[in-house]
Design a protein around this ligand. Structure first.
Ligand SMILES: [Zn+2]
Length: 481
């Protein structure tokens, strides 16, 4: 593979590129779904291809192919230079890349059990056992259990002398029960909505999750929701569980801190941001206990890797420190816009056929000091919400509304009756400023988001957000219509 990437680089440089990189990507995926006792999906796919990205006359060019051989690599590389030269005629200024060292490295996701070597029979047995428990009551009209695995082998070479060989592996598992009575449709999921929990791990993720152990509870909660009273409306103290907070972080911190959105470069895909660069180090994002940290090195994160697709090593840095907004997520190309001497390493592409763009890495809310029991006991009148059901947030990432699968009333420090169809809404900085308590690291979990869409043409990326339950004061809650 190294020889092939070298052909791409040499061809591009000979034809006048001032920078070139070549990424060869080999992907293997397996997705298994059992729906109402039957196999709903059984997809196994393998894919190999490469992309060449160059800068010539100060402009980007990109070309790619699924035919991985010497002639095609040279041909595609020459094509990328031609595209760069053509687009240079329309450029407003030259592309500038922040300096980056030369890296020669091999990196691999640590794992114990290769999920692609676990038999299909074992996997189906597990999903069918879950399905059986979920459908024990006829009011459960839909049960769905999933397993998902992905292995990605990447080789990246740049004209600056970097060569990186990375092997990334992730697993996912989860299920959902849908209870129906008349017009009322209630859903419970485990361990999270969006097809479950996803981590960079092997099959040990599936073995470690208490999937069977929770199936009965999930079924009973879905049924109980049919009879539950609706969530009250008004201003309430809110405790969000970690998985809901993960999505809150993704939408109201992750996306608005992507520097390409801030600069208006993503605007045509509902992607701008209220976080203009005047606010950097000059804006109260949240209360003083809010620390939001990007970390592409954290164990098991979906964006955890050795290097990004610009060949920049993984890093850890604050976006929000003690409530203050202190950092963005960016790449080599945009670093100069905020006077950063180096990229934060956020450049990633979906497969070989796309150009890398700025993507969220793993971004987490740091844990606080509280025991969950004490936090509930300390809340006189509030609501505890768990597991996302839907979300919406405006282009600027300011006004949001989320609904969750389930809520519980908190009265005089006690978790009481369950509530159906809860929603809450807010404005990003006001919401984060209202946080006055975060549970400790024993409650902290890294939740995987495996379906983040961005860019045109649209690209999918995966990342994780860690959070422990936290309390937000005086939040507007209501009922999902
Ligand atoms: Zn997203």
């Amino acid at each position: 593979m190294k020889d092939l990437t070298q052909i791409a680089i040499d061809t591009a440089v000979q034809r006048g590129a001032s920078y070139a990189d070549c990424r060869i990507v080999e992907t293997q995926t397996e997705d298994i779904t059992v729906r109402n006792g039957k196999i709903g999906a059984l997809n196994h796919s393998e894919d190999l291809g490469f992309g060449v990205r160059v800068i010539a006359s100060g402009a980007w060019g990109f070309a790619c192919s699924s035919r991985v051989n010497r002639e095609e690599v040279a041909h595609v590389s020459a094509q990328a230079v031609q595209i760069a030269l053509a687009s240079a005629r329309l450029k407003s200024e030259d592309v500038r890349l922040a300096p980056e060292g030369r890296h020669h490295d091999c990196w691999q996701t640590p794992f114990l059990i290769d999920p692609f070597r676990v038999s299909l029979e074992t996997k189906l047995d597990l999903l069918l056992s879950i399905d059986k428990i979920l459908r024990k009551n006829p009011k459960i009209k839909a049960a769905e259990a999933n397993l998902s695995f992905k292995r990605e082998h990447q080789w990246l070479a740049t004209s600056e002398g970097t060569f990186i060989d990375q092997l990334l592996l992730r697993s996912g598992a989860g299920y959902t029960a849908t209870a129906v009575e008349g017009d009322d449709v209630q859903v419970r999921s485990f361990p999270n909505s969006f097809r479950g929990q996803f981590m960079t791990m092997g099959y040990e993720l599936v073995l470690g999750l208490p999937l069977l152990e929770n199936a009965e509870r999930v079924r009973e909660e879905a049924l109980a929701l049919l009879k539950a009273k609706p969530c009250p409306s008004g201003q309430k103290d809110l405790i969000l569980d970690g998985s809901q907070l993960a999505l809150q972080i993704h939408e109201s911190v992750g996306h608005p801190t992507e520097l390409d959105r801030v600069m208006g470069m993503e605007a045509n895909y509902a992607g701008t941001s209220f976080l203009n660069t005047d606010k950097l180090k000059n804006f109260q994002y949240g209360s003083e206990i809010i620390n939001l940290v990007c970390d592409s090195t954290v164990p098991n994160g979906l964006a955890t890797r050795g290097y990004d697709d610009d060949g920049v090593p993984s890093q850890r840095w604050h976006l929000v420190e003690d409530g203050r907004f202190v950092g963005y997520q960016f790449n080599r190309e945009l670093a100069h816009l905020i006077d950063a001497s180096r990229s934060s390493g956020n450049s990633r592409a979906d497969g070989w056929e796309n150009i890398p763009i700025i993507r969220n890495t793993n971004l987490s809310l740091m844990p606080g000091e509280w025991e969950l029991e004490d936090l509930i006991a300390d809340t006189k009148e509030g609501i505890y919400l768990e597991t996302n059901r839907s979300w919406s947030i405006d282009q600027q990432r300011l006004n949001f509304q989320f609904s969750t699968e389930i809520g519980w009333e908190i009265k005089n420090g006690k978790k009481g009756t369950i509530l159906k169809n809860p929603t809450y809404q807010g404005i990003t900085p006001q919401f984060w400023r209202s946080c006055d308590a975060i549970c400790n690291s024993n409650y902290w979990t890294l939740w995987g988001v495996h379906n983040c869409g961005k860019g045109q043409p649209s690209q999918r990326a995966e990342m994780s957000h860690g959070a422990a339950p936290a309390r937000f004061r005086n939040v507007t809650v209501g009922v999902r219509s």
